[in-house]
Write a protein that binds this ligand. Structure first.
Ligand SMILES: Nc1ncnc2c1ncn2[C@@H]1O[C@H](COP(=O)(O)OP(=O)(O)O)[C@@H](O)[C@H]1O
Ligand SMILES: [Mg+2]
Length: 361
């Protein structure tokens, strides 16, 4: 079980003064008016798991405006062991400590404290470009397999170098075939492993998402999800070789696992263009709940679950489904924000779930 027992914030976003919160319940409800810092508090918990903000905020934006230095500290109970994680950002430098020891690489931390953020406005996962879905898959697999993240980082580095070289070759009318081949080999080596891992992992994730979707959806419009990759059709080396001229003229690597995507279809049509807002939200929730389920299966405990503005953005039926779902979980910790404390307590009382209420003022 991953359980956050306390969180301390110093100069973090709107938390200017040092603040500490103690959590003693599996369901923590955070209430307060708009702009008070509910989402920021969830983001702090997210940062302690992923070393960066959920909301694309840069490390600089984490510090209270006009001040220098920010500190976020969490004390957890993970499988009956007390775990401390502290993040400090000052003088443009980020430091992350785990049990008092400074990490050399932040990537080593990913997966230690599994965590899922569910924010209903996140429809980019459905509406946005492929990079949103790749990020979703990557961050999920990375929390399960540290080697995956290593391969991904090596791949991205090789891709960057290869693209840069392609630009230089064009600019200076040069032919650096040997160096280009070296980068291509790096891409192929790491890309093949990433592709294999995505295949195996998505075989588990996709049916889980579809099952969750069906549980959430009443009108039963069928949804299908397909893992798209150029590597399904052709060997990566052949792909690279046959695209050499195209890569040269466009100065970019046009083939590889950085073009992979997850294709969502509702009723046989692409969900991003044809699904209704409600269907998209359902799909998003199905993805996020599946993330929680799959992480729980791979670790020996469920991830920490952060639910932002759930009841304001969801219709009563889906809200009720989620409350029941949370109530049914015998393990796991859930942090839920809402402007309306009454709404939260009434909803959970119906379910006999014991909750901790934190009212931010
Ligand atoms: N770096 C920062 N310094 C100071 N205030 C910040 C910073 N980042 C965000 N805020 C403030 O935090 C508030 C938003 O908090 P948020 O957690 O989104 O509120 P809520 O979710 O309760 O509506 C805003 O008033 C915003 O100006
Ligand atoms: Mg908010």
């Amino acid at each position: 079980m991953a359980f956050l027992q306390s969180l301390s914030l110093f100069q973090f976003k709107n938390y200017k003064e040092a603040q500490s919160y103690h959590f003693d319940s599996p369901v923590v409800c955070i209430t307060g008016k708009n702009g008070i810092g509910k989402t920021n508090l969830l983001d702090a918990i997210y940062i302690l798991s992923f070393t960066k903000s959920y909301f694309k905020h840069t490390d600089n934006q984490l510090t209270h405006k006009g001040l220098q230095g920010v500190r976020i500290e969490g004390n957890y109970l993970i499988n009956n062991q007390s775990i401390n994680t502290t993040l400090i950002f000052r003088n443009e430098k980020k430091e992350l400590y785990y049990q008092g020891a400074l990490y050399k690489k932040y990537a080593q931390h990913i997966g230690k404290i599994p965590c899922v953020m569910i924010a209903p406005d996140d429809l980019d996962l459905i509406n946005g470009g492929g990079e949103m879905r790749r990020k979703f898959i990557d961050m999920l697999i990375a929390q399960i397999s540290p080697e995956y993240l290593e391969h991904l980082m090596c791949y991205q580095q090789a891709l960057k170098s290869r693209n840069l070289l392609l630009q230089e070759m064009k600019m200076y009318q040069r032919e650096d075939k040997d160096i280009l081949d070296a980068y291509s080999n790096e891409l192929i080596r790491h890309g093949q492993i990433i592709f294999q891992k995505r295949c195996v992992f998505l075989q588990q994730l996709i049916p889980t998402i579809i099952a969750q979707y069906q549980l959430l959806q009443n009108d039963q419009e069928p949804v299908s999800i397909t893992y798209k990759s150029q590597l399904h059709e052709q060997d990566f080396k052949q792909l690279i070789d046959s695209n050499y001229l195209r890569d040269r003229s466009s100065m970019r690597t046009q083939v590889g696992i950085h073009k992979d995507d997850l294709e969502f279809m509702t009723n046989g049509l692409p969900s991003r263009t044809f699904a209704s807002q409600g269907q998209k939200k359902t799909l998003l929730f199905a993805c996020k709940l599946s993330e929680w389920i799959v992480l729980k299966e791979h670790h020996t405990f469920p991830p920490i679950c952060l639910l932002d503005d759930l009841f304001e953005k969801l219709d009563p039926e889906r809200s009720q489904y989620l409350i029941n779902w949370i109530g049914q979980q015998s393990t796991g910790q859930f942090f839920i924000t809402d402007t309306d404390a009454q709404r939260l307590t009434t909803n959970f009382q119906k379910n006999n779930a014991s909750i901790q209420l934190i009212a931010l003022t």
